[in-house]
Design a protein around this ligand. Structure first.
Ligand SMILES: *Cc1c(COP(=O)(O)O)cnc(C)c1O
Length: 399
């Protein structure tokens, strides 16, 4: 006997904590409680007529996993519910989310305005590949709203920002950039990787599209690659059409891992942010630290904007040691517990030297101009004890 009041969940009637564990569930004929992993590439039909109706779209349902798969659909609906988006399209990685958005929505002759300091591969994608097909990009200083306005051209179709930025945690006023974008008749896409919907809801601040590297906090445990584009249904239908055709689709297994990761997203982000704030305060007091970059600190230049649009300062903390590369490497090499890696968004704290790894390919002059000095260290704070983090970061003083 079916009970229409029970499923599917009316997502407008529930709080984010509830949506994180319950939104998007589709149960099979077996009535399983946990979300099922549908490891199938294709779907069968009862009759030729049904196959024809599914293929034409006259009858809703799954056809082939490059188009849709129930586990992927569950993940998309849960993430859309958390972002407050009409629709979400999952992709094989964060980079393929950006690729799919641009392939679906832009054409030759169009122009992108992007904040300086966006993810390195994003910058490469824009400058090397989109440029090749006649889509040009202007980079502007991330926090200078006038610079966005000044960069507008007749063909400007997309504004693309990332906030907080990597690794210096610059915070961009999303509402202010949305106003400039909309006045220019363009869309604003926000890469919400660093905050996730647990801390920041760009659509509520005027953004049109959200990009995710689900590889980071959405999975949260460093297991799989994944990505997503969220936004209005009309635009997401276009993104899905590109995905169906070109194939950078999310695998059902990865979707299942991310779907379950979303259940703990909010408590992880809160706990990791609290650890980050405590560690940032501690770093500010160390005589060997020259400067700390963390939006949750009152000393952060955009602290007020951050506290207006984010629930916390996030889980990424950067700092400069007094000295240069030698001191920074010495500190990193003396750690025993922190993971020396360029990844972030894991429950395990990671330590990175941006100038020689993630930003190593950028010419030194450009790197210096953007403030990524050789004394800079980035921490992506996880769930370990903060006391253990402090001890690990202090070992170099005895070495
Ligand atoms: C990692 C990352 C990406 C790319 O995501 P992948 O899943 O590695 O393809 C894009 N934007 C930001 C901010 C990232 O940190």
């Amino acid at each position: 006997m079916s009970n229409p009041d029970r499923e599917p969940l009316d997502i407008t009637a529930y709080e984010p904590e509830t949506l994180a564990v319950r939104a998007g569930i589709q149960r099979s004929q077996f009535g399983e409680h946990g979300e099922a992993l549908f490891l199938t590439s294709s779907f069968v039909f009862d009759t030729a007529a049904e196959a024809a109706a599914r293929f034409s779209g006259a009858q809703p349902g799954n056809v082939y996993a490059r188009f849709t798969n129930p586990t992927v659909t569950m993940m998309q609906e849960r993430l859309a519910a958390l972002e407050g988006a009409e629709a979400c399209v999952a992709t094989s990685s964060g980079m393929s989310a950006i690729l799919s958005m641009v392939m679906a929505l832009l054409k030759s002759g169009d122009h992108i305005i992007a904040s300086r300091g966006i993810f390195g591969s994003t910058q490469q994608l824009f400058s090397t590949y989109f440029e090749k097909f006649g889509v040009t990009t202007t980079l502007v200083d991330a926090t200078d709203i006038e610079a966005y306005r000044a960069a507008v051209q007749p063909g400007t179709k997309l504004f693309f920002i990332e906030t907080p930025s990597n690794p210096l945690t610059e915070v961009i006023d999303i509402q202010a950039v949305a106003d400039v974008a909309h006045a220019a008749g363009a869309l604003l896409a926000v890469d919400n990787c660093f905050c996730s919907p647990a801390l920041q809801k760009p659509l509520e601040l005027g953004a049109d599209i959200i990009i995710h590297s689900a590889t980071k906090y959405l999975d949260g445990q460093g297991r799989v690659l994944g990505g997503a584009v969220c936004g209005r249904k009309a635009e997401m239908d276009e993104v899905l059409r590109f995905l169906r055709t070109a194939g950078p689709t999310l695998s059902p297994f990865n979707a299942w891992v991310i779907l379950k990761g979303l259940e703990t997203l909010s408590i992880r982000m809160q706990a990791q942010s609290a650890n980050a704030l405590e560690l940032a305060h501690w770093l500010e007091r160390q005589p060997w630290v020259a400067r700390v970059f963390y939006p949750g600190l009152e000393s952060h230049p955009q602290h007020a904007v951050a506290m207006r649009q984010q629930k916390t300062g996030g889980a990424v903390v950067a700092f400069e040691v007094k000295g240069g590369r030698e001191e920074a490497w010495k500190l990193i090499d003396a750690t025993r517990m922190l993971s020396i890696t360029a990844n972030l968004g894991d429950t395990k704290t990671t330590i990175t030297h941006p100038a020689t790894t993630t930003h190593g390919r950028i010419a030194q002059a450009a790197r210096d101009a953007s403030g990524i000095h050789e004394s800079l260290i980035r921490l992506a704070i996880g769930l370990e004890s903060v006391a253990d983090m402090k001890r690990d970061l202090s070992r170099w003083l005895d070495a």
